[in-house]
Design a protein around this ligand. Structure first.
Ligand SMILES: Nc1ncnc2c1ncn2[C@@H]1O[C@H](COP(=O)(O)OP(=O)(O)OP(=O)(O)O)[C@@H](O)[C@H]1O
Length: 584
């Protein structure tokens, strides 16, 4: 899997350029050796008074290629590398967006893996360059060994000294990888702190509370911890490398002395001294290259191993979410039996033993104190998570046997923490139903349902206005205006089977909220037996629901219509009365 991913990306991204890269790299690698052979031939020719024309031609040819090929290759490699990076980025983003749930954001080890992959993408120049480099380095090693053996076969022992460098490099590389993986969490933390400190939506609160100083201190602490680890790892690597290089220098010095003795005794031609001295740099360079290649390949391999694990996770999640298409209509309703849910890493379940029937065509309100489990319940209905206990059925079909994508296409949702998509206004609304993104009629109808026509009417270019003051000519909106556009977005889908409104109207006044909810619920029921689930802390809105579900500490506490619950005199009646008194 790891190699298949790597090779597939390396040779699939720019096949022709990769082959040209291979040829030019070979030429670049062999050109200096050609020069060296030419030099030996010329020196041998001079000492035997028989000048070598071939030797001179090899020197000139080798030098010319050494000078001309590298700049061409650099330009080519930068193009190939850029394409490689873009390809990995694109594929990584595609995989992340295919995950049907949101667990990879909330499961720390998965979130760290995604952060590690994101952080390493820009370093993946070894995508095809590394593979080409490996082939070329093997050629260079063979040619350098051949030349050494041509001086004296016993000099083949010299490259063994180079193994010291490869070993030291691999120890240092492994250590750095461990540090990088450990630091992925710090990187995420730094990113989050920077986001809070710099993002406009946090600007007012960070300034009024003076949070900026604290954020800066935390940022510095995280950075300092990261630096300390990185420096420690680099220092260890450097010490090992210096020791390996010293060992190499001593061994090679002995080989040069031995050649000088041989030439003085007349057992070797004088050219051998030039060759062995000049080959010293070459052998060291080749050892360095092999070391670099091994490290680069190991780094890329580790990257693709993590990448492969993530791809497997995505495939498994997608496969787990596959199933039959969502029904055209809901006839009976959605039924929860013994449903429980625990968030990854959470100590206590957020939902326990929920038995509930949401009748087709009804409006169901979820109420309860903060943390009671209302949002968790709607997330299960939207299949952002799967229940960890019990079952959810849509009519007679288990929800988990319905294809997640197909189910979501039939759901609409508006949340309190809505997104401010800074596109042109038509797109900001239109993304609520991607197939009809460019359908201005559909956008207009959604604006009408979401009561957001006024917001667009006030924009200088209407639906074509760029939103967000960070963009050229962009217009910013008030919280309430953004919220109305988010609501309109939730109404882009004409006949949802499930419409979830999780406090999406918190910035509206109670009367507007009430009127809006009535309109939404009516539209949903008329269509396909759709169910509207609304979460609100405003009892003036809640009381209009057909069914009110009171949640308490993750359990279903009370159930019934407003009149039933008031007559029962339980928690709902208490909360309703309290709020009604406050408004009086
Ligand atoms: N992503 C999460 N990871 C871990 N625990 C979570 C997560 N989201 C919510 N919880 C916990 O699950 C419980 C239920 O939270 P939930 O958001 O469903 O409550 P809620 O009733 O919607 O509250 P509110 O009225 O404040 O929106 C809470 O104890 C909360 O701390």
């Amino acid at each position: 899997m790891t190699f298949r991913l790597w090779f597939g990306m390396a040779f699939g991204t720019s096949p022709l350029l990769t082959w040209i890269q291979l040829v030019l790299n070979t030429v670049r690698a062999l050109a200096p050796l050609v020069t060296l052979v030419g030099l030996k031939l010329v020196i041998d020719g001079l000492t035997s008074r028989d000048p070598s024309a071939i030797g001179a031609a090899l020197i000139v040819g080798g030098l010319a290629l050494s000078l001309v090929v590298p700049p061409v290759l650099n330009a080519l490699e930068s193009t190939v590398n850029d394409r490689g990076h873009l390809r990995i980025y694109r594929d990584l983003m595609a995989h992340v967006s295919r995950v049907p749930g949101v667990a990879h954001h909330e499961n720390p080890s998965l979130a760290d893996k995604v952060a590690y992959l994101r952080g390493q993408v820009s370093d993946m120049s070894y995508l095809s360059t590394g593979l080409v480099g490996a082939v070329v380095t093997a050629l260079e090693v063979a040619a350098t060994f051949g030349l050494l053996a041509s001086v004296r076969p016993e000099f083949l022992l010299l490259p063994a000294l180079g193994l010291l460098r490869i070993w030291s490099g691999s120890v240092a590389g492994r250590r750095q990888h461990e540090v990088r993986q450990r630091l992925a969490r710090h990187g995420r933390m730094r990113g989050r702190l920077r986001e809070i400190a710099a993002a406009p939506e946090h600007g007012v609160e960070t300034r009024t509370s003076g949070l900026g100083r604290l954020l800066l201190t935390r940022f510095r602490e995280v950075l300092a911890a990261e630096r300390a680890e990185t420096i420690r790892a680099s220092r260890q690597g450097l010490l090992l490398e210096v020791a390996a290089r010293l060992g190499f220098a001593l061994g090679y010095g002995a080989a040069i002395a031995y050649t000088v003795v041989l030439v003085r005794n007349g057992s070797a031609p004088a050219g051998d001294i030039a060759l062995i001295v000049l080959l010293a740099a070459r052998v060291d360079q080749v050892a360095g290259m092999v070391n670099g290649q091994v490290q680069g390949m190991a780094r890329t391999w580790r990257f693709f191993k993590a990448y492969g694990e993530f791809v497997t996770y995505v495939r498994e999640s997608v496969a787990a979410g596959a199933g039959s298409p969502a029904p055209e209509r809901v006839l009976g309703g959605i039924t929860l039996n013994g449903v429980g849910f625990s968030y990854p890493q959470a100590d206590a379940p957020a939902l326990r033993d929920v038995d509930l029937h949401l009748p087709a065509g009804s409006t169901v309100a979820l109420v309860g104190e903060n943390g009671a489990g209302k949002t968790t319940l709607v997330k299960l209905l939207l299949r952002l998570y799967e229940p960890t206990a019990g079952t959810i059925r849509v009519d007679d079909v288990g929800m988990d046997s319905i294809d997640v994508g197909s189910w979501r296409e039939r759901c609409s949702a508006g949340f309190q923490d809505f997104d401010r998509f800074e596109f042109v206004a038509a797109t900001t609304v239109g993304v609520g139903d991607l197939p009809r993104l460019d359908d201005r009629g559909a956008v207009d109808r959604a604006l009408e349902r979401g009561d957001a026509e006024d917001v667009v009417a006030q924009l200088p270019d209407g639906l074509d206005t760029q939103l967000g003051s960070a963009w050229q000519g962009g217009v910013d909106l008030s919280v309430g205006q953004w919220q109305r556009l988010a609501l309109a977005r939730a109404f882009m889908r004409p006949e949802p089977l499930l419409l979830v409104l999780d406090e999406p109207t918190a910035a509206l006044d109670p009367e507007s909220e009430h009127a809006l909810f009535e309109r939404f619920a009516e539209a949903t029921q008329r269509s396909a037996g759709g169910i509207t689930v609304l979460v609100s802390h405003r009892f003036s809105t809640v009381r209009m629901a057909d069914l009110i579900v009171v949640m308490h500490e993750g359990r279903l506490h009370e159930l019934g219509s407003h009149d039933d619950l008031m007559a029962a005199g339980g928690l709902y009646a208490e909360l309703y009365t309290l709020q009604a008194q406050a408004y009086r």
